[in-house]
Design a protein around this ligand. Structure first.
Ligand code: CCH
Length: 310
């Protein structure tokens, strides 16, 4: 009895690896998933979305980012600690449109591993999404606690894609990032796509939206980008195939002198991008978490599903 209670109090790295594995299963193998369980877990429209997007990885990664990117270093509020996106009105903030899909998927994991906090679960899911989609290892450690609705953050802390360099700097400097880290983080747009019914924007950034790569930067420089003629918000499309998109904030990475220098370096060197993305993303996921809450002094490196097979 007491040994069991002790395990419950202090889950080990192996326990978190089990959670990681379950997340990986859900984001990668939905088509292998027992359909009846799956249908109870998500609705038919969500299942359709999976089939369209090919993976839940990108939307789960976006959940981890939006749960963390509310941090304000001046007041010490926001960030991943309290998982306040569970509460309204934060859940309904425009920037979080569509993330219900990801939160509902994670709810299934939470039911199976009820000892994990939502903040740890969502950030670990971001790590699993990056690693399972062939990205770099992202050091991560648990320790976030569940908070209350009163700790939810005001609207407007996440970036607005229709704006320019001053806005991006305002938002990311507030979190404590510099230009290099901003550019590295935005490379996550190699993954996933915009959904007209969520953000108003439409389309993927790359031809391989379920594989982590530096293609986002390569395409930014290699393709000719023109404003898309359509009724939706201002976005760019590649002149050649018209099948890819860039947000105004993405395009700014090639226009602003300081951003451009880093974007070019990442277009030329995938290893450098992987290294810098890993460091910046790991930092992002810890924003707002008091150091003494972490269970380990050093972040852990979780194993991919493939590594565990060999
Ligand atoms: Fe992002 N992002 N993002 N983004 N994002 C969108 C989708 C994804 C901005 C705007 C948007 C980061 C930075 C920024 C992902 C990861 C990151 C969408 C479309 C918009 C709009 C949402 C939709 O319609 O579904 C802006 C603006 C910025 C910075 O200025 C950062 C940082 C990260 C992660 C580290 C991922 C992944 C997606 C794809 C989601 C999906 O469902 O496919």
């Amino acid at each position: 009895q007491s040994a069991k209670a002790a395990t419950k109090l202090a889950p080990t790295k192996e326990d978190y690896q089990k959670v990681y594995n379950r997340i990986a299963e859900i984001i990668d193998d939905a088509d292998d998933y027992d359909c009846t369980v799956f249908m109870r877990l998500v609705s038919l429209p969500v299942l359709m979305l999976f089939l369209l997007d090919g993976s839940f990885g990108p939307v789960v990664l976006r959940l981890a980012w939006h749960a963390s990117g509310t941090y304000d270093k001046t007041t010490g509020t926001g960030g991943s600690n309290y998982a306040t996106m569970r509460f309204e009105p934060e859940a309904l903030h425009g920037a979080n449109a569509g993330l219900r899909v990801a939160r509902d998927l994670m709810e299934k994991v939470k039911k199976e591993f009820d000892w994990i906090s939502y903040g740890d679960l969502w950030t670990l899911a971001g790590v699993a999404a990056v690693q399972e989609m062939a990205g770099p290892k992202v050091p991560w450690r648990p320790g976030r606690i569940d908070g209350f609705a009163a700790q939810a953050t005001p609207d407007g802390r996440l970036p607005d894609a229709s704006q320019g360099a001053p806005h991006i700097r305002d938002i990311f400097y507030r979190m404590g990032f510099d230009d290099q880290e901003i550019v590295a983080l935005c490379g996550a747009h190699a993954l996933g796509r915009c959904h007209a019914d969520r953000s108003g924007f439409d389309g993927p950034w790359t031809f391989s939206p379920t594989t982590f790569s530096n293609d986002f930067y390569k395409l930014l420089f290699d393709e000719k980008w023109v404003w898309k003629k359509w009724g939706g918000p201002k976005q760019l499309e590649d002149k050649k195939t018209k099948s890819l998109m860039m947000l105004p904030t993405d395009y700014v990475l090639t226009q602003d002198k300081s951003f451009k220098e880093y974007a070019k370096a990442y277009a030329d060197d995938a290893d450098l991008f992987f290294k810098d993305f890993s460091a910046a993303f790991s930092k992002l996921l810890e924003l707002g978490v008091p150091t003494q809450q972490f269970v380990s002094s050093e972040p852990w490196v979780m194993q991919t599903v493939d590594e565990q097979k060999s």
